[in-house]
Design a protein around this ligand. Structure first.
Ligand SMILES: [Cu+2]
Length: 429
């Protein structure tokens, strides 16, 4: 009675990776003899750290196990499963799907519940894995990271900023980097820097660098110690102590200041109707812009053409993306057909069905003169959003509307540790 499982979440080495997003699992008997009986199987958590839930249907949440009858005529049984919110993995294999027939364990499939986490709370293993993948990607300045830097330029400023497409464009950009890191080490995620909280572990010599004048200070074994781009090293001076959150930002020549918007403030942006356009215009300036200038003026991260030299930039933008994701979840703003979910930007690249530069490889006609890096890599787990993503495809990144067959999103294979998957009312289940 051989059993075959069909899971959508296998990487190229047949390893299972999941997020909070439910996935359909099909189970069938193969090589069936005419005398074989139907079998009843139970699937449950077999891991110690990463945990799953199981359900008969696509749902927001489920139980610790599911039991299905697998017919001997070869027709598949199916169920749904996802990583259990707040129970992510730290390493591959600390989650597992255990398969039982009655009380007999037939087998256990190692897996990982892989999500983007608060960088300040990572284990040393998670932190070091992230750093070493970054080091490989950068290749002493000669690696694929060059393309990722070359995307974020003055010439491309209006593709990425100052308009409606700012959040989706950067979501694609972060996904591009994360997929490159995962191609090096599939256990890595693009963890985020919560710039509204103290993050002493982030600003340490073993991670993004301890405070220094002009340059952060790294421990000898840190891959960032030998970081190199157009210039050797990273130029960055903190305007705050490493164990403090960034201070208020000076906003005018009179020295008046305005605090960096904290998470609660950001989640409340959008006016009474929680409109995207209102949210975006404030959020792009504060906290996003304010976080960028929480450093002295000669820091790479404070200026568009140099910001992406500093790997902290990507952890800053992972948090900017997380804030949009959390706002979307809180206000049910994942359905592109709801007017408040997105405001058409007018300019090319900022409307729902526009493709985004550089992944669309378009140059000239209002686009920049070159398109470094080219098409978006697919992940071993999904072909979505495809090589040339549209703005709309970035919106429903967890497929909470269940409209993955329409040009509106689909499970893009990443999640945030504190943003749950929740089916939106009115979505298709
Ligand atoms: Cu940017």
């Amino acid at each position: 009675m051989p059993i075959q499982l069909e899971l959508p979440n296998l990487d190229s080495a047949n390893r299972i990776f999941m997020t909070w997003v439910p996935n359909r699992v099909r189970v069938r008997q193969v090589d069936v003899q005419s005398s074989d009986p139907d079998v009843t199987l139970t699937f449950r958590n077999g891991g110690s750290v990463g945990q799953f839930w199981f359900s008969d249907t696509r749902a927001t949440d489920g139980a610790d196990e599911v039991t299905v009858t697998v017919r001997s005529d070869g027709t598949p049984a199916e169920f749904w499963m996802a990583g259990r919110f707040m129970r992510p993995s730290e390493n591959f294999g600390d989650a597992a799907i255990a398969v039982f027939q009655g009380d007999t364990l037939l087998g256990s499939l190692p897996a990982m519940v892989r999500v983007r986490k608060n960088a300040n709370t990572l284990s040393e293993t998670e932190r070091d894995r992230f750093l070493s993948a970054l080091g490989v990607l950068n290749g002493q300045g000669a690696g694929r990271f060059q393309d990722l830097r070359a995307i974020h330029t003055r010439e491309a400023d209006l593709e990425a900023h100052r308009n409606s497409g700012f959040p989706p464009w950067h979501r694609a950009y972060m996904l591009d980097l994360e997929r490159e890191l995962q191609a090096i080490d599939p256990e890595v995620s693009l963890h985020y820097w919560r710039f509204d909280q103290p993050a002493a572990n982030v600003f340490s010599a073993d991670f993004m660098g301890a405070s220094g004048i002009g340059r952060p200070v790294f421990s000898a074994g840190n891959p960032l110690n030998s970081w190199s781009t157009e210039l050797p090293g990273i130029r960055r001076t903190l305007n705050f102590a490493p164990d403090e959150a960034p201070p208020p930002i000076v906003i005018d020549s009179f020295g008046r200041t305005e605090p960096v918007n904290d998470e609660a403030t950001t989640l409340g942006l959008g006016g009474g109707n929680n409109e995207y356009g209102v949210f975006r215009s404030i959020y792009e300036r504060n906290p996003h812009g304010f976080a960028h200038v929480s450093f002295s003026r000669d820091s790479d991260i404070g200026d568009v053409p140099t910001a992406a030299r500093d790997p902290l930039f990507f952890m800053l933008h992972s948090n900017v993306d997380r804030l949009w994701a959390k706002w979307q979840w809180l206000h049910r703003r994942s359905d592109r057909t709801i007017a408040e979910t997105y405001l058409q930007g007018g300019r090319i690249g900022h409307n729902l069905d526009d493709t985004m530069w550089p992944w669309n490889r378009e140059t000239g006609n209002g686009r920049p003169s070159s398109a470094p890096g080219g098409a978006l890599q697919s992940s071993p787990l999904t072909d979505l959003p495809g090589p040339s993503p549209t703005v709309a495809q970035m919106i429903d990144f967890m497929n909470v509307t269940g409209r993955s067959n329409q040009p509106s999103g689909g499970d893009l294979g990443f999640c945030y540790d504190d943003v749950p998957f929740e089916i939106e009312v009115g979505g298709i289940t």
